[in-house]
Design a protein around this ligand. Structure first.
Ligand code: AMP
Length: 196
C-alpha cells in the first residue's frame, strides 16, 4: 500500500488535486469532510452532531473523528492499494491516532503533500466556491473561523510531519495541472510510490 496525506488549509485545493491523484494512481480517497456532509444530508445522529460544529467552522472532537476514520479505513481496505487522506489529520492527536491505527494494520503514512497558499487567496477561493457549490460553511464568517482554527490547531502538523521526514511542501497557486505535476513529481521520487 501507499498511503498519502494531502494537507493544507481550507481552499488550498486538496479536493481538486485528490481527484487527479485518484485518476493517476488509483488510490482510495477518504475525505472526512465529505463523509460528514453525507451524514448531514442523510439526517443521521452523527450528521446532527457534525453539523453543529461544521456550521460554526469548528473541528469535530478528535475521538469521534478517529472512530469515523478507522471505520472508513476498515470498510475500504480490502479493495484498496493505498489511501489518500484528505482533511485528516487536522490535529496532533489525530496524527498520533492515525499513526497508531495504521501501525496496528501493518501500514504507515508514506508521504504528506502540503499545499501552501496565502490566506488572501484562500479566502477568495472559498467565497467563490460557496457561491457555486452552496456549501453551508463557505460563508465569510465561517471561513474566517476555519482559517483561524487551521493556523492555531492544524498547521503545527507541518512541523510534526517535517520531523518525521515525510512533509513535502508544494506551492499551491497557479494552474491546477502545474500544481499536480509538482505533486506527482514528489510522489514518484518515493521508493514506495504507486505505479501510474
Ligand atoms: P473539509 O471538507 O475537509 O473542509 O471539512 C469541512 C468541515 O468538516 C471542517 O471545517 C470541520 O468542521 C469538519 N471536519 C472535517 N474533517 C475533520 C477532522 N479531521 N477533524 C475535525 N473536524 C473535521
Amino acid at each position: 500500500m501507499f498511503n498519502l496525506v494531502i494537507f493544507g488549509a481550507p481552499g488550498s485545493g486538496k479536493g481538486t488535486q485528490s481527484e487527479k491523484l485518484i485518476a493517476q494512481y488509483g488510490l482510495t480517497h477518504i475525505s472526512t469532510g465529505e463523509v460528514l456532509r453525507a451524514e448531514i444530508a442523510a439526517g443521521t445522529e452523527l450528521g446532527k452532531i457534525a453539523d453543529s460544529y461544521i456550521s460554526k467552522g469548528q473541528l469535530i472532537p478528535d475521538d469521534l473523528m478517529v472512530d469515523i476514520l478507522a471505520s472508513e479505513v476498515d470498510r475500504l481496505r480490502p479493495q484498496s492499494t493505498g489511501f489518500i487522506f484528505d482533511g485528516f489529520p487536522r490535529t496532533i492527536p489525530q496524527a498520533e491516532a492515525l499513526k497508531k491505527m495504521l501501525e496496528e494494520r501493518g501500514e504507515e503514512v508514506h508521504s504528506v503533500i502540503g499545499l501552501e497558499v496565502a490566506d488572501e487567496e484562500l479566502i477568495e477561493r472559498l467565497i467563490k466556491r460557496g457561491a457555486m457549490s452552496g456549501r453551508a460553511d463557505d460563508n465569510v464568517e465561517t471561513i474566517n473561523n476555519r482559517l483561524k482554527v487551521y493556523h492555531s490547531t492544524t498547521s503545527p502538523l507541518r512541523d510534526y510531519y517535517q520531523k518525521e521526514g515525510k512533509y513535502q511542501a508544494i506551492e499551491g497557486t497557479g494552474h491546477v495541472d502545474e500544481i499536480f505535476s509538482k505533486i506527482s513529481g514528489a510522489i514518484d521520487k518515493h521508493p514506495a510510490a504507486p505505479k501510474k
